[in-house]
Design a binder for this molecule. Sequence first.
Ligand code: SF4
Ligand code: SF4
Length: 126
Amino acid sequence: MMPRVLFSTGWFDILLRQPDRTGDFSMDTFEGKMKELLPVKKEERWRVYDRAKGACICPSCPSYSMCAQGNGEVLFCIMGMSFRCIRDDAGCTCPKCPVYLEMGLSKKDYCMKGSEKDQRWEKVFG
Ligand code: SF4
Ligand code: SF4
């Protein structure tokens, strides 16, 4: 059974909101979450990210490395690609992650290709 992401306060309440509460049906789930985060202060965002890291399943992925573990690198879908620790593609388990579902993500290989936001942006301009 898929583990649930237990978000208690702050951003996590924001994450659990549905984008259609904004009344904007043109946005997908990820776009809605990002839009709701825009007015959130950076300090609160960092707290949110720190809590979300606990739900990231990257450490059990075959592409994850000892280097990434040593540097505490996770949550690549939001934080962006691995700075220098992951370069060998041995597969990506992101679609099985609870964060993937909660955030409405659609890409993968975030540690090697960049965050969801970056990959979507590249598609627009690529
Ligand atoms: S979707 Fe991938 S990068 Fe994002 S938290 Fe889950 S396992 Fe980590
Ligand atoms: S982003 Fe995907 S490929 Fe990279 S470590 Fe996480 S699950 Fe594996």
